[in-house]
Design a protein around this ligand. Structure first.
Ligand code: NAD
Ligand code: IPM
Ligand code: MN
Length: 348
């Protein structure tokens, strides 16, 4: 009970459209005695193009004072000459994940009843990807030499610290331990990325000793693509690095009914800073402003947010409303209609 201070970053493209629906649903689910005090931040492409600001330190400082962050999506049209690639992705989204120590990027995948998978026989799919969120090739540790010449060399170095790997692996084991099947699959590429692979492999074996009930499996990331397509039901908890996790979770979204349904949490398990909840998808410039975006991923992200803040019942009410809505979906509806339908189920 009390007041939840929520920082809202609708962002770019379909971000504002889907965030509006998530807020609509949060409004009607407000758990007994809890009120949301929202602060909206106009961070994103428009602000950058108008002012050159991506994430001023003062704004980051304010965001830090909140209990949680709800984000839509950031990023402009690919190859917009005014918006160099990475400015918003690195400067806003990744900076938030790094500065707020979101080392667990939680991305659940389930095929909800009535939802069609592009796979003919997917089976009972219900797994969660625990994607490392603060290291790997995402740290910006790289550079370019002799740019534009035939002798150009570009590198992005993958950073894997024992500290960073151990903490995310332990979190993944703890989640596996709480799930009925208690199975953890490390996904990596230890046959080629031998240095990083050794750290992930060794720390997984080491942390496994703390969780004797959890079955541990290992799969190279390329083979994981095979099994995610041919037998996704075999997975329970997947733990993997930042870049593999990015790729794996778009495939996971595709096989479980589409990117419009995939929710995520950028979680700081130590609660030293607010966690951030957002759809797995991006700003979808191809459908922005047309009420074509599915807000379900954003709404399910709001459910993950409530769960993280210690309101599992309110979270479950939203999830149940989404499941009921999905089961009855026929054809596509405008973004706001999906939000209205789910909000009506939550409120009624
Ligand atoms: P995207 O996820 O934005 O779009 C991929 C495809 O999925 C598009 O065809 C799009 O229309 C569709 N799609 C996405 N969300 C949908 C939804 N809710 N309902 C229906 N269809 C949906 O990925 P992209 O095209 O590679 O990237 C576009 C921009 O978004 C880029 O600038 C990229 O950097 C950025 N991006 C941001 C985030 C984020 O903010 N977390 C995530 C991914 C990409
Ligand atoms: C995601 C996105 C981001 C990522 C980009 C936009 C930085 O693709 O959240 O999956 O790679 O993590
Ligand atoms: Mn991605």
């Amino acid at each position: 009970t009390g007041t939840v201070r929520l920082a809202v970053i609708p962002g770019d493209g379909i971000g504002p459209e889907v965030t509006a629906e998530a807020l609509k649903v949060l409004d009607v689910v407000a758990p007994a005695g809890v009120t949301f005090e929202q602060t909206h931040y106009d961070l994103g492409a428009e602000r950058y193009l108008a002012t050159g600001e991506v994430l001023p330190d003062s704004v980051l400082g304010e965001i830090r004072q909140h209990d949680a962050i709800l984000l839509g999506a950031v990023g402009g049209k690919p190859n917009d000459p005014n918006l160099p690639p990475g400015i918003l992705e690195r400067g806003l989204l990744l900076r938030l994940r790094f500065e707020l120590d979101h080392y667990v990027n939680l991305r659940p995948s389930r095929i909800f009843p009535g939802v069609t998978s592009p796979l003919a026989h997917p089976g009972e799919v219900d797994f969660v990807v625990v994607r490392e969120g603060t290291e790997g090739p995402y740290t910006g540790n790289g550079g370019a030499l002799r740019v534009g010449t035939p002798a150009e060399v570009a590198t992005e170095v993958s950073v894997n610290t024992a500290f960073g790997v151990e903490r995310v692996v332990r979190d993944a084991f703890a989640r596996a331990q709480r799930r009925p099947r208690k199975k953890l699959t490390l996904v990596h590429k230890t046959n080629v990325l031998v240095h990083a692979g050794a750290v992930w492999w060794r720390l997984t074996q080491q942390v496994a000793r703390e969780f004797p009930e959890v079955t541990v499996d290992y799969m190279h990331v390329d083979a994981a693509m095979i099994f995610l397509t041919t037998d996704p039901a075999r997975f329970d908890v997947i733990v993997t690095d930042n870049l593999f996790g990015d790729i794996v979770t778009d495939l996971a979204a595709a096989i479980t009914g589409g990117i419009g349904l995939a929710a995520s949490g950028n979680v700081n398990p130590d609660r030293t800073a607010p966690s951030m909840f957002e759809p797995v998808h991006g700003s979808a410039p191809d459908i922005a402003g047309q009420q074509k975006a599915d807000p379900t991923a954003a709404i399910l992200s709001a459910s993950l947010l409530l769960d993280h803040l210690g309101h599992p019942q309110a979270a479950a009410v939203i999830e149940a409303a989404v499941i009921a809505d999905l089961a009855e979906r026929a054809g596509s509806r405008p973004t706001a209609e999906v939000g209205d339908a789910i909000a009506a189920r939550v409120g009624g």
